[in-house]
Design a binder for this molecule. Structure first.
Ligand SMILES: Nc1ncnc2c1ncn2[C@@H]1O[C@H](COP(=O)(O)OP(=O)(O)OP(=O)(O)O)[C@@H](O)[C@H]1O
Ligand SMILES: [Mg+2]
Length: 234
């Protein structure tokens, strides 16, 4: 089997928050390595630290201790500006709370990362992506005019816009019905296969996790399970 270089290396990652007199240990030493192209699902009970972990990996939050190496670059050592640049180039991120810009339409929201990267002529791809998540009739709607599931799909289309080497998503099918959940799953799988995008998905969705190459189980801020699935386990 060819050895794949790691796209992500996480070592001794901890996150502690002091709120008043109380100290909350959210992540208590997380270690794992992700080879490029892997589809990794992160599961675990509510409050186990999944969103916190994903936020750290995406460089949206800073760790208390430990190291994150993204595509050979230690991102824990970077300042805000450098981090923002790495994020823009390497990571597509879908938040648990979508984070769409309220004053922009669905299409403009999807186009935004493309334009922030200084690219032009993205409208065609933006509309194609919106159609692929079933929103061809909602392109000109503003976020307040969209349902939760529709907003989630706009956020996914936006994350796909720049074809990032790593796509991170927090419960990408959490608010979708069966049909749209299946749509999004197919879109993610196509991206993973066709463009060799590494996928890091936090999910409670068994169906989604069944398609993953690997499932990491978090429990109380620690890795409680890490197993390869399907062909990757052979
Ligand atoms: N800023 C904060 N201050 C204090 N505690 C926090 C903070 N952010 C998160 N926590 C706590 O850290 C724990 C992990 O939160 P996190 O959002 O990572 O959980 P999760 O696994 O994503 O849960 P869910 O499945 O409900 O989304 C929770 O107990 C949460 O209350
Ligand atoms: Mg969460």
């Amino acid at each position: 089997m060819p050895t794949t270089r790691p796209i992500l290396e996480v070592a001794g990652l901890t996150k502690t928050i002091d709120s008043g007199s109380r100290r909350v240990e959210i992540l208590r030493g997380i270690d794992f390595t992700v080879p490029a192209g892997q589809f990794l699902a992160i599961m675990g009970p509510s409050g186990s630290g999944k969103s916190t972990l994903l936020g750290l990996l995406a460089g949206l939050d800073t760790a208390t201790a430990g190291k994150i190496v993204l595509d050979g670059e230690d991102i824990t050592a970077l300042d805000e500006d450098a981090l923002a640049r790495v994020r823009g180039r390497k990571i597509g991120f879908v938040f648990q709370s979508y984070q769409l810009i309220p004053t922009l339409t669905a299409e403009e929201n999807v186009l935004l990362p493309h334009e922030l990267a200084g690219e032009r002529d993205g409208a065609g791809r933006a509309r194609e992506l919106l159609a692929s998540v079933g929103l061809q009739d909602r392109m000109d709607h503003y976020p307040v005019q969209l349902s939760g599931g529709e907003q989630q799909r706009v956020a996914l289309a936006r994350a796909f816009m720049v074809k990032p080497p790593v796509l991170m998503a927090d419960e990408p099918t959490g608010n979708l019905d069966t049909a749209n959940g299946k749509h999004v799953l197919e879109l993610l799988l196509a991206l993973n296969r066709r463009e060799r995008t590494t996928l890091l998905l936090v999910t409670h969705d068994r169906e989604l996790a069944n398609h993953a190459d690997r499932v990491i189980l978090l429990s109380d801020g620690r890795i409680a399970g890490d197993e390869l699935r399907g062909e990757s386990a052979a």
